[in-house]
Design a protein around this ligand. Sequence first.
Ligand code: SIN
Length: 557
Amino acid sequence: MDKVRSYLATGGRPVTVERHDAVVVGSGVAGVYTVLNAPEALDIVVVTKETLDISNSSLAQGGIAVSLGRDDSPELHLQDTLYAGAGLCDEDVVRVLVNEARPVIQDICTLGVDFDRKDPAAPQTPPAPPAATEGVGSLALNREAAHSQNRIIHAGDTTGKEVCDKLTSVMLRRPRVSIRERTTVLDLLVRDGVCCGVAVYDECRNEIRLLLADVVVCATGGYGQLYAATTNPEVATGDGACFAYRAGAVLMDLEFVQFHPTVLFHPKNRTFLISEAVRGEGALLRNLKGERFMPKYHEMNELAPRDVVSRSIFAEMTRAGDDHVWLDITARTRKDLQARFPNIYRTCLGYGIDMAKDYVPVAPAEHYCMGGIRTDVFGRTGIPGFYACGEAACNGIHGANRLASNSLLEGLVFGRRIGEEMTEVIKNRRYRPDDAEFFSKALDVPDPRPVLAAEEEASLRVQLRRLMTDKVGIVRTRAGMEEARAWLAPLSERLDGTRPVGLPGYELRNLVLLALLTVEMALAREESRGAHFREDFPHTDDAHWLVHQTRRLGAKD
Ligand code: SIN
């Protein structure tokens, strides 16, 4: 590598160089659990763009899928995952997920994660076989969409927060783990095809640093900020996928973007999730005339796979010209709702909606990216030393549509695998004494072109999110996507090589790159499958499209 194509080039300023055993990028469940599974002796730095507690994982409400019920099994969990994934899941990888679910849940319970337990006063099902009873046998199990069994464990309606808080507090007790908040990875450092660390922008000190390391784990989450309405936090701009792509990693399945069916639709809040678990507890969907509509669309009604429910809501809204539908859980008592969904109940009440007597206004919003950095079953990306995990990764588990509550589980199962592999990688260190000098020089590129004004960057971001929502959203057409591409392609060229105004400009470049790749993959896939629905190709075409699409810089795989 001659030059690192860093978006925040140093322009001759000196850079600070540090050496660590490993860098973990992202502080959601995938990143934190990777650290907890790495040997304690390793010097690991966790880099996070905002603060430790801000991640997609910590916003997860519903829970974690694990087959613990008497009539359940990993095989049934596998079948449900494959069904939701619409033919595109990689069965071998799903098998790893469902088989390793129970041990990771047992482990995190041991680490202090406090899931809801069955009500001891409630009628008991016969005890589960001995293997299932080690600490997890008494966990309460709920239902979510497209699951054939009750298998969602949860901590009230803030499961992600409970898991992240507890695991993070364990991580913080590790003496050799250090944390860098408000630090954004700009580039992966690759020399002779091997990952050697990352270049980061440290916002607090306003400086670029090189973190040299033998292992880099990308757990940066997805790219929900491509869309105008998303449940993701503002940091979800797909930086991980972009720095991986620029360094030569392969991106896969970007066209599959999941829209959660029920996101609060209120003038003051269009991002708050109303968990699928609410439908799992019996909530019904109604159009603005008050008519229940899901039975018209799918035999599983409100608990059909997520893509089906989102499209059905979209169809109802489009037909009537409405901008939302209703979620009706008024059949449940206030006491029940307050006990089972304390956060959702309280938040809705804050907007004047009492779920016990009022319908909740909801509309679909972007929620999860099935696509990302291609990895194998050990989180390896193909670039030695560089791993990806969680939503940032694409290992084929979710296929064309993720099954509810499989995402935290994915972060745990594959975080553990990556953590365990670190010792081996570090034993065969590749560090070269002149790496610091080599990468400092590579970063020292002059400003190629004038900057874009900050106001223009902000306005382009708004336009991009609107365009993606309208043209590359729940229902897609060739004409719409070509329009999106015609706007994005020249913008991408224009931005390429200009120096951004700080982080917003860096994020804009990443969003434009991912939007363009998403549009191209969605245009190429001339069929409908899972979350990718084309009005001009409404049928699934297994004869031609039972394949993953991939993109690598400078090549089409
Ligand atoms: C939800 O609680 O509805 C979200 C769960 C998930 O995304 O799997």
